[in-house]
Write a protein that binds this ligand. Structure first.
Ligand code: NAD
Length: 373
């Protein structure tokens, strides 16, 4: 069925529940090929612990090359106790880190959406989170997690000191803030830029640049500066005031986890990581993955919730393939299945019907059929 215009996707299921949840994505991808003429050229490969077992490395060079050539990478999850003793540079997580680094995936998109059916799964009051749909955009490849110098030093008086360095170039801020504005334009047209300009040089610089881009390039987008600590507070006080929040690596790490917990379950959380646009081809590297890990405690038992992986697939349709209607179909089908009372164990509630990973896939495809008429 492949044609020159097909979208190419590298599928990396990984370890633990990765292959189980990815299996449901492949079924849904087939549905899209049959019913919506969305045809994907899928190549599957190993990453993580399974790749270490087969080839002695967490990811092979040929897989890395493929990842740079395809239109998008779909990633399951890696890791597990089986590989605890593997050498550090070949630990399963090293495969994911190399993908992020080599593809220059600087923009990490973490949506936090509270579906009506799961409103009670949140620890916040229903009225605070009902209808919540926000997106945290985290800078992923610079900042304090990468800045130098870093490390420990012995001081002359015999005590010790330790250093991490928060560092950003202008271009590193510009490119992620621009992505924030572009995303906001496709959503509710509102962007908050979170930093600590009250106490940090990087915060002052970040604020200046974000303000300049707002003024010069995106005057049509509603824009707010917000201090990161206030942002953390506002997220639990009134999260629906936010649409897109752009922030640095460290604050993004914390704020995205905070926002994620409003939705109640790890099994429901998708993510996307985007690289720069190649000026010659217009192509942008992209990797889509659920937020959860390989869940070794439930792997191989048909208990995993595949919705985070399926919603990551929907993000791929939206952001890499510019197919918002098709992405919406997956999102709505997931809502319908939950509204009909079907649940995997992680999101089980009294009176609901427990189903397996594969049954969740089957129900979702049935819902897609209904929505597609
Ligand atoms: P985890 O996300 O794998 O699991 C945490 C808990 O949530 C477990 O009880 C698990 O059963 C449950 N859970 C997670 N996803 C679920 C799903 N889809 N459906 C139902 N239940 C789900 O985190 P962990 O236990 O801290 O880590 C396990 C392994 O995964 C470790 O080796 C860790 O390094 C790795 N990990 C990988 C990634 C990744 O590949 N991106 C991310 C986080 C952790």
């Amino acid at each position: 069925m492949a044609t020159g215009s097909n979208k190419s996707v590298l599928v990396l299921p990984g370890d633990g529940i990765g292959p189980e949840v990815m299996g449901e994505v492949l079924r849904v991808a087939e549905w899209f090929a049959d019913r919506r003429a969305v045809r994907l050229d899928v190549t599957e490969d190993l990453v993580g612990g399974c790749c270490y077992d087969a080839h002695g490395v967490a990811v092979q060079d040929k897989t890395m090359l493929k990842a740079t050539q395809v239109d998008a990478v779909l990633f399951g999850a890696v890791g597990g106790p089986k590989w605890d003793a593997a050498p550090r540079e070949q630990r399963p997580e090293a495969g994911l880190l190399r993908l992020r680094k080599d593809l220059d995936l600087f923009a990490n998109l973490r949506p936090a959406i509270v579906l009506d059916a799961l409103v009670d799964a949140s620890t916040l009051k229903a009225e605070v989170v009902r209808g919540l749909d926000l997106l945290i955009l985290r800078e992923l490849t610079a900042g304090v997690y990468f800045g130098t110098p870093r490390g420990r030093a012995d001081l002359p008086d015999g005590t010790r000191r330790v250093i991490d360095t928060q560092s950003y170039t202008e271009e590193e801020i510009v490119r992620v803030v621009r992505v924030g504005f572009e995303l906001a334009r496709k959503r509710k047209n509102r962007l908050h830029s979170a930093e600590k300009s009250n106490v940090m040089e990087t915060g002052v610089f970040w604020r200046e640049i974000a303000g300049r881009i707002a003024r010069d390039e995106f005057p049509d987008v509603e824009f707010h500066h917000i201090l990161a600590d206030n942002c953390a507070m506002q997220l639990v006080r009134n999260p629906k005031q936010f649409d897109v929040i752009v922030t640095d690596n460290l604050f993004g790490d914390i704020l995205s986890d905070e926002a994620a917990m409003m939705t109640g379950s790890l099994g429901m959380l998708p993510s996307a990581s985007l690289g720069p646009v190649d000026p010659k081809t217009g192509k942008r590297n992209a990797l889509y993955e659920p937020v959860h890990g390989s869940a070794p405690d439930i792997a191989g038992q048909g208990k995993a919730n595949p919705l985070a992986m399926l919603l990551s697939f929907a993000m791929m349709l939206r952001y890499s393939f510019d197919l918002p209607e098709d992405a919406n179909l997956v999102d709505r089908a997931a809502q319908d299945v939950l509204n009909d009372g079907f649940r995997t164990g992680d999101i089980m509630q009294p009176g609901m019907t427990p189903i397996s990973t594969a049954e969740m896939g089957t129900k979702l495809i049935a819902a897609l059929d209904r929505l597609n008429g």
